[in-house]
Design a protein around this ligand. Structure first.
Ligand SMILES: C[S@@+](CC[C@H](N)C(=O)[O-])C[C@H]1O[C@@H](n2cnc3c(N)ncnc32)[C@H](O)[C@@H]1O
Length: 242
């Protein structure tokens, strides 16, 4: 177990993969969201409602929106975008590296508007995903990725999204001014160990800008559910594709 401040350390994806597969295999389509945020269902639903209330006006989808969601888990955003808002979006595409989470997402009653694919975030298949999306979502994914993977993922997102398209990225960031990397950190809440990187907000802004997104807006999510830790806090970035 290590907590590394400042210097860059590489994460081992095989343990992250095993963790999400294990969490997913103990879940149902309606409870997978709780598993992926390491919370009980009430807490997860409260968090989700809080993010929807704050983020939906920022993301600003409409009836003709085409949304791609990288690291979609069991389809939390899909249910909201396809079933819960009026009007629903025209099309939603979710991607995750966990086949079991994607299997759960495919069982959601979403009709033909939503599709889900098993893909690693750093090897997105643009031939399968297509292009011309009006919106991209990435929430609580990058903390599990090494820098080169975040860079590759954002580079792919910039090809998926059309000019003027909106990219909502929301990740826990370090509040100390330097990155924090956790390796094999045991969590009572998860009942297992996990690996994660908490970058600075400048790190994310630089990567988005480098790949063709102007940062139109950025801020901390205000709900207490998103700032439970002293040294990290969830921050959103809204990029507009140049
Ligand atoms: C904390 S969950 C967030 C899920 C969803 N974005 C949300 O906000 O509810 C992190 C997700 O990232 C996925 N993930 C982690 N590493 C990944 C990778 N290398 N490629 C694709 N998905 C990955 C996990 O399987 C999990 O579904």
């Amino acid at each position: 177990m290590a907590r590394v401040e400042g210097e860059t350390r590489e994460l081992d994806y095989s343990s992250t993969f095993r963790l999400f597969e294990k969490l997913a295999s103990n879940s149902t389509p309606s409870s997978s969201h709780a598993a992926t945020v390491f919370a009980d269902l009430d807490d997860a639903e409260h968090r989700h409602a809080a993010e929807i209330a704050e983020a939906m006006p920022i993301i600003a989808v409409g009836r003709s929106s085409r949304v791609v969601d990288i690291g979609c888990g069991g389809g939390r955003w899909a249910t909201t975008l396809v079933r819960e808002i009026d009007p629903p979006v025209a099309n939603y595409t979710g991607v995750d590296f966990s086949p079991t989470l994607i299997g759960l997402a495919r069982q959601l009653p979403l009709g033909g508007t939503a599709s889900f694919h098993v893909m690693s975030a750093d090897a997105l298949d643009l031939n399968v995903l297509g292009h011309g999306y009006t919106h991209a979502l990435v929430t609580a994914l990058c903390l599990y990725l090494n820098d080169s993977s975040v860079d590759a993922m954002i580079g792919s997102v910039s090809k998926l999204v059309r000019p003027d398209g909106r990219f909502y990225l929301r990740e826990p960031v370090s509040l100390t001014g330097t990155r924090l990397t956790l390796i094999d950190e045991f969590s009572e809440r998860i009942g297992d160990s996990y690996n994660a990187i908490y970058r600075t907000l400048e790190d994310y802004e630089a990567m988005m800008t480098r790949h063709g997104f102007d940062i139109e807006r950025s801020g901390f999510l205000s709900a207490p559910a998103f700032h439970r830790h002293a040294t990290t806090r969830h921050r959103y970035f809204l990029g507009i594709r140049r």
